[in-house]
Design a protein around this ligand. Structure first.
Ligand code: GSH
Length: 189
């Protein structure tokens, strides 16, 4: 069974959602940032990056980085339809969004609220007029959602500032897998 090292509401939530969307068997291993569990020698032996998520595959390989974990889950469980298999243009678009979410969106927080707002403004433009990032629900939506949902409260912008992102977030929050993952993480803080 796969193991997900996670801390509630952090980057690992994206991996957690994807595992549930895929119907994959997995075990949650709490690695609480509030207790600095990610800095312990035990965890650093699993993931030398000292960050969550880390996903240990059934084969015993450790995958770090949200994008890699999402890709692995989507490809391993193709019936879940989380990856636009065989549609080269769409596959490349998913990779583009995953990179954008991990770098521009997630990376913006280190540079303060203005940088977060600027990153959201770009995401808003890219997402405008779309139900899902690449036309069909995919792992890209999971990644975008997790970052937007988590960082949105940290910026002072009235409702309606990012209509496409807001509507996307509402669609994500209506998905049973998203609700299940968030509910399961609540008890860890
Ligand atoms: N680029 C990484 C980012 C992972 C990341 O920054 N995780 C944060 C939680 S959101 C973390 O573990 N921080 C702990 C630390 O930096 O000590 C990814 O996509 O997985």
């Amino acid at each position: 069974m796969m193991k997900l090292y996670f801390s509630p509401s952090t980057s690992s939530l994206a991996t957690h959602i994807a595992l549930i969307e895929a119907g994959a068997p997995f075990e949650l291993v709490p690695t609480l940032l509030s207790k600095e569990d990610q800095k312990t020698p035990g965890y650093l032996a699993v993931n030398p990056e000292g960050k969550v998520p880390a996903l240990v595959t059934e084969g015993g390989q450790v995958l770090s980085q949200v994008a890699a974990t999402l890709y692995y889950i989507a490809k391993k469980y193709p019936k879940a339809g989380l990856w636009p298999e065989g549609d080269l243009e769409a596959e490349a678009q998913v990779i583009s969004w995953l990179s954008f979410a991990a770098s521009t969106m997630h990376g913006s927080r280190a540079h303060g609220p203005e940088a977060v707002s600027a990153a959201f403004a770009v995401a808003e433009k890219k997402l405008a007029g779309r139900e899902w990032a690449t036309g069909k629900y995919s792992i890209a939506d999971i990644h975008i959602f997790r970052v937007y949902w988590r960082f949105r409260p940290s910026i002072d912008a009235p409702k309606g500032t990012y209509p496409a992102l807001e509507a996307h977030e509402a669609r994500m929050l209506a998905r049973p897998a998203v609700r299940t993952a968030m509910e399961a993480e609540k008890k860890y803080g």
